[in-house]
Design a protein around this ligand. Structure first.
Ligand code: HDD
Length: 748
């Protein structure tokens, strides 16, 4: 086939056959991508990973809506009513130089629709990324809940949206913040939403304070800065005055506040829920998501650099790994507690959402596994329009009286009505249950169902009494008839909500020294960004009540006196499970940069790439400029496009020139190409940064020179240099299983 291009610069001419001429000498393979295609073609089959769950209409008829998504390929452009369009680049005018005519419907329709393309972003959790997947239960949950999707081997389609809380839709991914972890289970008994976070505690104990904490944390109302940050006066003003927020804030200041990726975060349902089994027995539970990829975080400087270099870091990571077939997985687990009238466990009030139950006291029992295996086809239709609600429950799962959860039950439906423009948001394809819907909700904005019948009310005789009510034997949702204690109306919390400090101190002391240092640095950074000294002093008082060393070191960093504690704390046993360090994890999908240039030993690069691939990791070659090294090594990153933060480890490819020993830029300037990779300041910066961020480093041949030029001693922990490239990769694998070279931190 000959490549063709339009002779006329106006590519929108309707009859392509008489305006095309072949491009002399153009390659038949490459040319089509260089010119605008001008003939309709058949729609491309959807990629397997775009196959979203089939949907049913609100009246229960399968629609296949998500599968027959409208796309550009293979269709004539039409207007909204389906009329084909001949010309879309020029408005209808009174002559080429004349005014536009009001009758140009295509123009007005196009512009009007564009004017309304945006919907209000979520008031919190505005920035998110999502994926489709499947949840497979292992049956271990059956004894505690009759929910059908927990039956052994049951497969349930899911849609998961991860998010940051504070930033706007366009904000950066790696800010210090809580991450949302919201899962929609499209179960056979109706849709169940588990709307959680990556942190198991919350800022407030009662939902009535949600607007307060969010107003404090969002940008200042006068200048609308800072974006997506908690490091500012209003946030710390609120937190320091409102001590129940200390628990959540401590988790935010820990490494959990800057996850390495969505794939390496735990998730938590936060509240205690009440599960009920077939026999009607109830159990209180807390939900946990455990990532099979491991629990990893960034370091703060790395997170800050990424926000500039790649603000879509987490979003890209999720989409890329799914597209590459490295599907992320989480085990769903529950901690179970006896359903007693006190709703307490080991002195912890299970209705207080600022408290968690250490795993050492109540182990997490795995009840199934979720695999995310398909990216959304359209961001707006799916990720933006998905509407979660903690009240979307199925038989077997009920809520508790946690006052935060109770307020959420009201809030979510309300926000969807405003955000999605009316009460029919459940009819949007991504929100449709897979089970037939037979409600008597009618009309309203954006109604898409064509309801038949005349009697959308009960009781009725005109529609044959339909629909009928299901009994318990027909799987109706029945709230647990929980006894309520005789009481009086009050605006107060139980006394068991009062301790705002001891568990926060326990969290801090459960971390390793390295993690504690990160917490200290985070508090010092955030409070250092506050303008008001009174806020700093007030927050130091809370830190004094949490942990003496924490307070003293932050105070020292801020140049302020260390206050004494004002509370008597109950010392509880440390919970080692809270630390992210000290375990080993799978290394699949970790990204290894290989710094190389024309002088590098290309054969070794090839074999190193193969070894890295064989270990399930991703090698990326970084060179001075794009193109290829030699004839076969494709350069994937250049000095200009690469930054250390993209890589979990970096290797330096040794030179092919035996005995080359370049250590500074003079070699390169003198025309000795063998030293170039080692001395370019951008390559050096990459190595120095990776070293500072405790990443594994190494290489072969004269790599030690490049490392030395970057100030990296080849004898430092986690630096592997040798002539046997297979051995280098083997050592790298061991290092990466621990995520970072932790012992380097105090020294670095
Ligand atoms: Fe919330 C969104 C998680 C307390 C009110 N919340 C939202 C999302 C997540 C959470 C993950 C984003 C869902 C999505 O991806 O679309 N929220 C939580 C958790 C909480 C919590 C784990 C405490 C344990 N939230 C909370 C309270 C209130 C809200 C106390 C109000 C009383 N949350 C909302 C909201 C949002 C929301 C305003 C904004 C967008 C939306 O609902 O759909 O209604």
């Amino acid at each position: 086939m000959e490549a063709r291009v339009s002779r006329n610069e106006d590519h929108t001419r309707h009859n392509p056959s008489d305006v095309d001429v072949p491009i002399p000498g153009a390659s038949s393979v490459e040319a089509p991508s260089l010119v605008e295609p001008i003939e309709p073609r058949e729609p491309l089959p959807p990629k397997p990973d775009q196959d979203s769950p089939e949907t049913v209409s609100p009246t229960g008829v399968p629609t296949g809506a998500a599968k027959t998504a409208v796309s550009q390929s293979g269709r004539f452009l039409t207007m909204a009513q389906g009329t084909r369009v001949r010309e879309t680049d020029h408005s209808l005018k009174a002559g080429p130089r004349g005014p536009i005519l009001l009758q140009d419907h295509h123009l007005r329709e196009k512009i009007t629709h564009f004017d309304h393309e945006r919907i209000p972003e979520r008031v919190v959790h505005a920035r998110g990324a999502a994926a489709h997947g499947v949840f497979v239960a292992n049956g271990a949950g059956v004894g505690v809940s009759k929910a059908g999707f927990l039956g052994a081997g049951t497969e349930t389609p899911v849609f998961v949206r991860f998010s940051t809380v504070l930033g706007s839709r366009g904000s950066a991914d790696t800010v210090r913040d809580t991450r949302g972890f919201a899962t929609k289970f499209y179960s056979d008994e109706g849709t169940y939403d588990l709307v959680g976070n990556n942190i198991p505690v919350f800022f407030i104990q009662d939902g009535i304070k949600f607007p307060d904490v969010v107003h404090a944390a969002k940008p200042h109302p006068d200048r609308e800065i800072p974006q997506a940050q908690s490091a500012h006066d209003t946030f710390w003003d609120f937190v320091s005055l409102h001590t129940e927020a200390q628990a959540h804030t401590m988790w935010n200041m820990s490494d959990r506040g800057i996850p390495r990726s969505f794939r390496t975060m735990e998730g938590f349902g936060v509240h205690t829920f009440r599960l009920v089994n077939e026999a009607g027995e109830t159990t209180l539970v807390k939900f946990h998501w455990k990532p099979r990829q491991g629990v990893h975080s960034l370091v703060w400087e790395e997170a800050q650099i990424i926000n500039g270099m790649d603000p879509d870091f987490h979003r890209r990571d999720l989409a890329d790994t799914i597209e590459a077939g490295a599907y992320p997985q989480w085990d769903l687990g529950i901690q179970t507690f006896p359903d007693t009238p006190e709703e307490m466990f080991e002195g912890i009030d299970l209705l207080d959402p600022t408290k968690f139950v250490p795993e050492e006291l109540a182990p997490v029992q795995i009840i199934g596994t979720m695999t995310l295996n398909a990216n959304p086809t359209n961001y707006f239709a799916e990720t933006e329009q998905v509407a979660f609600h903690p009240g979307h429950l199925v038989p077997g799962i009920d809520v508790t009286n946690d006052p935060l959860l109770q307020a959420r039950l009201f809030s979510y439906i309300d926000t969807q009505i405003s955000r999605l423009g009316g009460p029919n948001f459940s009819q949007l394809p991504i929100n449709r249950p897979l089970t037939p819907v037979n409600d008597m909700l009618r009309d309203g904005m954006h109604q898409t169902a064509v309801h038949g019948g005349v009697a959308p009310y009960k009781p009725n005789s005109l529609d044959g009494g339909c629909p009928f009510l299901a009994g318990e034997d027909m799987n109706a949702y029945i709230e647990v008839p929980q006894e309520l204690p005789a009481s009086r109306k009050v605006r107060e919390s139980p006394a068991t909500f009062d301790d705002h400090f001891s568990q926060v101190g326990m969290f801090f002391r459960s971390l390793t020294q390295v993690e504690q240092d990160h917490v200290i640095q985070a508090y010092t950074f955030e409070l250092g960004k506050c303008y008001e000294e009174n806020i700093r002093i007030r927050q130091l008082q809370s830190l004094a009540n949490i942990d003496e060393r924490l307070c003293a070191e932050v105070a020292q960093g801020l140049g302020l006196p260390t206050p004494a504690s004002t509370v008597t704390m109950e010392e509880s046993a440390a919970s080692p499970a809270l630390s992210q360090i000290g375990k080993t994890w799978p290394i699949d999908g970790r990204i290894i940069g290989i710094i190389a240039d024309e002088s590098s030993d290309l054969e070794s690069i090839d074999s190193v790439r193969q070894d890295i691939h064989a270990a399930g990791m991703v090698p990326l070659v970084i060179a001075p400029k794009g193109g290829k090294l030699g004839t076969s090594i494709v350069v994937q990153r250049t000095w200009l496009t690469a930054r250390s933060t993209e890589f979990d480890a970096i290797l330096v490819a040794g030179s092919s020139a035996p005995g080359s020993d370049a250590t500074d830029s003079r070699d390169a300037k003198a025309g000795d190409p063998t030293g170039y990779a080692s001395v370019d300041p951008r390559a050096s910066l990459m190595l120095a940064e990776a070293y500072r961020h405790a990443k594994a480093l190494g290489g072969w041949g004269n790599a030690a020179n490049a490392l030395a030029a970057a100030g990296v001693p080849s004898t430092a922990p986690g630096v592997v240099v040798g002539d046997d490239t297979s051995a280098v990769v083997e050592q790298l694998k061991v290092l990466l299983a621990q995520h970072r070279v932790w012992e380097r931190f105090p020294a670095a």
